[in-house]
Design a protein around this ligand. Structure first.
Ligand code: ATP
Ligand code: MG
Length: 652
């Protein structure tokens, strides 16, 4: 397949020899993790400090109707004590969090583990004073500021369950999530500066809490100090309440299976689901994957550009890194403010060693040209990572050559909100990378490829099908908040006895895994099944195309036709000649069967706030059935949809 480059990139022997896991060690540990999961995970759980040690490792039932997942069930621990207190003796003065504000002229902050301890204890005591206790739900609606981490850890310190709502969401989306978990308290900020613009967070909270939620209190962090509307007796300033409480708060003893947080999925495929993660297994898995996937070593500076509103921010900005005693960078801004060199300037300024971002950000930056990268000293970088969607080889190569200067392994981490941590990824010191491949399962993860219709296992290499996981891992979600039935129906009903990921994959001739996209995104053209991601990759590889999204639509002759939404590079003009040129191009890249039927010029694509294209909306428009688009509340910019409907190509 032409879009699947055959070139591989083995780690240098220098990198491998210093890495936590090299090729031999991977094989050995992976085999051990499948041969004796209980022994393997009992050993790995020693990364965490337990108050009362567990005696039972794993108690799992994947059978539909009885699904139940428990790890380390009778052990007790506290997450904030693991992320803070246990580091104080050895690294109390080390920086735990580097805060880089939206405005590059505002000074960065370095928060030590000692300072983190004091702030988290204070916030925990404030939460208690506001009536929040063990098991209560707290919604966080915050910018990417250190107080977001304090609030998460303060909740875990007293055993409250947090549910973070991305600060870009509307009052309606926020209200639905406050209501969905019966939150007692919302923690927000007055305003959120981002990309030079201001979001009025507290005003949004006021709107969300109007009428229905009169009793919900609100703790407000002062970020900009600009005026806001205040609800007397229900609203509290964080800085004022902090003065009234002690900076010591003993951590609550929590059961391993007590809920740690609720987090809604992105909503790319349907109504967002309130994913529930619990305490002991999640923390073990987040800590282990953070250390091994990124080959994190003591003293490294680690930066994940995600927002804490996504699971990536939970596991790989806060919980994983802090459990490992790392220095983790929190960035308040966006990649293109003040200009497209911001990411690289921050890497240079803080001497970042591991850098983890999303393909959508890379594609946007790649479109701006190399000069923004080349102006910065990126010699500190050691490992690069991506997450969120399949990375097209074009963007992979740019990341490798221009950002990593051919020197930094790229870990393409495939996982989900539901999985708590990485399920498949190359390990930087172990695997010869293939651009666009998720490569290998993480320890303890047992992928199976199934025939979509029959659910039969497909053995061997050089095969493609639906990706399921045969057994549990500690970071797995336990239920959908308040709806265990939906949990079972979504993940355990279609393929009995397995966790169904919703994604398709290919296991290539070498036994390496490629995520081909969502199963929903597979189309059947004249009897040929193909992943829409492949056509998208081909389109994006054309020099005039900046982004593309491909969906199927009913076609009288072929069954399904190929409908492409194409965004052109700045300065390129749409024309019928260009349409023809793109058709010819895709035919050459993939083959005549993949030739686009309809190409619509799209000035913008409908994306979730985390940058994923919402194909279910594009499918509806392509099917000329745009009256019922479903939940669009998680879209970053709902207005792009109007243009797409207006200019749709399949007007019946
Ligand atoms: P919803 O489940 O509500 O539709 P979502 O699936 O977009 O939303 P997330 O949990 O944020 O919510 O995303 C997980 C999905 O993202 C995976 O199932 C997969 O489709 C895609 N994905 C994530 N990382 C990768 C990767 N490295 N390669 C390929 N696909 C990826
Ligand atoms: Mg999903």
């Amino acid at each position: 397949m032409p879009t699947m480059s055959s070139k591989t990139y083995p780690p240098s022997s220098e990198f491998s020899s210093g890495a936590h896991v090299d090729a031999g060690r991977y094989e050995e540990m992976y085999a051990a993790s499948l041969a004796d999961p209980e022994g393997f995970w009992a050993e790995q759980a020693k990364r965490i400090d337990w108050i009362k040690p567990f005696t039972r490792v794993k108690d799992v039932d994947f059978s539909f109707g009885n699904v139940s997942i428990k790890w380390f069930e009778d052990g007790t621990l506290n997450v904030s004590a693991n992320c803070i207190d246990r580091h104080l003796a050895t690294r109390g003065d080390q920086t735990a969090i580097i805060f880089e504000p939206d405005d590059p002229n505002e000074p960065a902050q370095h928060i030590t583990y000692k300072e983190l301890h004091a702030q988290v204890c204070k916030m925990a005591n404030v939460l208690k004073a506001l009536g929040v206790g063990k098991g209560d739900r707290v919604v966080l609606y915050l910018p990417m500021i250190p107080e977001a981490a304090y609030a998460m850890l303060a909740c875990t310190r007293i055993g409250a369950i947090h549910s973070i709502v991305f600060a870009g969401f509307s009052p309606d989306a926020l209200g639905a999530r406050v209501n969905g978990c019966d939150a007692k308290l919302v923690i927000t900020a007055d305003h959120a500066p981002r990309g030079g613009r201001i979001t009025k967070l507290k005003d949004n909270v006021n709107q969300a809490l109007l009428n229905d939620f009169d009793e919900v209190k609100c703790l407000v962090v002062k970020r900009t100090g600009d005026p806001i509307a205040w609800r007397n007796e229900l609203d509290f300033w964080w800085h004022e309440e902090a003065e009234k409480v002690s900076d010591d708060c003993p951590p609550e003893e929590m059961g391993a299976e007590d809920p740690l947080f609720i987090l809604y999925t992105s909503g790319s495929t349907g109504q967002p689901k309130g994913v529930v993660h619990t305490t002991g297994g999640y923390l073990t898995y987040a800590a282990m994957t953070h250390e091994i996937t990124f080959d994190y070593h003591d003293g490294d500076i680690y930066w994940c550009t995600a927002d804490v509103g996504w699971v990536t921010g939970h596991s790989y900005i806060v919980y994983g890194p802090l459990a490992n005693g790392a220095t983790t960078l929190m960035f308040e801004g966006v990649p293109t403010y003040p200009d497209a060199s911001r990411f690289w300037q921050v890497c240079e300024k803080h001497k970042v060693n591991q850098f983890y971002t999303a393909p959508t950000a890379l594609r946007a930056l790649m479109g701006q040209g190399n000069s923004f990268v080349e102006a910065c000293d990126l010699s500190s970088l050691k490992v690069l990572g991506t997450v969120g969607e399949p990375i097209n080889p074009e963007a992979w190569n740019w990341y490798n050559e221009v950002v990593g200067q051919g020197r930094c392994p790229i870990v393409d981490t495939w996982w989900q909100t539901e999985t708590g941590g990485h399920l498949m990824t190359p390990l930087p010191g172990a695997h010869a990378l293939k651009p666009g491949a998720a490569m290998k399962p993480f320890f303890g993860v047992k992928p199976v490829v199934l025939e979509p219709a029959s659910g039969e296992i497909i053995e061997g290499n050089g095969v493609e099908g639906v990706l399921c996981i045969a057994d549990s891992w500690p970071g797995q979600m336990r239920t959908v908040w308040g709806d265990h039935e939906r949990f079972m129906k979504t993940y355990f009903a279609d393929y009995k006895g397995y966790y169904f990921t919703g994604d398709g994959c290919r296991r290539d001739e070498d036994g390496d895994y490629w995520i081909t996209g969502r199963v929903d995104d597979v189309i059947n053209v004249s009897g040929h099944r193909m992943g829409t991601a492949e056509v998208e990759s081909a389109l994006v590889a054309h020099s005039k195309v900046s982004e593309a999204a491909v969906v199927g639509y009913p076609h009288a002759i072929k069954g399904q036709g190929i409908y492409c939404y194409v965004t052109l590079m700045a300065g390129e003009e749409p024309s019928d000649e260009l349409r023809q040129e793109l058709r010819t191009w895709v035919r050459q890249e993939i083959g005549p069967i993949a030739s686009p039927d309809l190409i619509q010029w799209a000035p913008g694509l409908p994306k979730t706030r985390s940058g994923k294209i919402m194909r279910r909306i594009l499918r509806k428009i392509a099917e000329n059935d745009y009256a019922t688009l479903g939940d669009t509340s998680t879209l970053a910019d709902p207005s792009v949809v109007d243009d797409l409907i207006e200019n749709r190509m399949n007007k019946a």
